[in-house]
Design a protein around this ligand. Sequence first.
Ligand code: PAF
Length: 292
Amino acid sequence: MSDSYPIVIRRHADMRQRILASQAAGERVGFVPTMGSLHAGHASLAQRAAADCTAVAVSIFVNPTQFGPHEDFDRYPRDLDADCQVLAQHGVRWVFAPEVTEMYPAHHATRVVVGGPAEPFEGQLRPGHFAGVATVVCRLFQAVPADAAYFGAKDWQQSLVIKQMVHDLALPIEVLVCPTVRESDGLALSSRNAYLSSAERHRATALAAALKQAEQDWLRGASIPDIEQAMATRLTAASITVDYAAVVAADTLMPLSPADQTTPAIALVAGQIGTTRLIDNLPLPPRTLPSC
Ligand code: PAF
């Protein structure tokens, strides 16, 4: 593993040319798109990319089009040098850190709008969010035409949206979704955890606890409405304003029929703690319901 500071690239054309040159020289390139404020979850993606590939690029770009008008775009933490120091420890060769005008040139007028998995949950609560994500990721894939791109499972719905876009537009990149990294008390790592006061940080553990409870209830055969209610109750008890607490099909986010024992399921939660909105999820193991 190299510990040298990555090369920071600002221009789309420069980035693209370097990736194509390294592939022409026989390298396999991995790509980790991020908005910076890197934590151990991002580091795990870079490590996985470095294990699978001979060269790794990470993008750091706080994408304005995926934030709603009252969301945290302005306060989103930005520290490129600190991020590069982290990436230097994980063998990352290039950091693509464009300005907004490089990603969204004057008079740009194109959006990538995904249906299907982009529609429920975050899609309903954050109108335009996934169009912003899909548009920027599509453009990032042009700048960084890597062989494989790595995303965290914490943003499960986002990973489905990106897979759908890659499939529908036949983009020549493999999408890999890597496990959520958690603190020892279960809290999923997120750049937004930095907004939490210590009391809120303590309450935020209810998200992971609610998901773990959902897993236990699921395995003992509880109904989906009962599991969802129990998750919501647990979050509310921690003074978390619940946006959703749901068990759905993992690959489509569609509702599951009560007797379905074959479709992989996932529990999803989202809620507001003070001024901070957090999401989390837990894929559920297969279960066998007693026949009646
Ligand atoms: O998950 C993120 O950090 C962002 O949504 C992404 C994929 C980098 C697009 O801006």
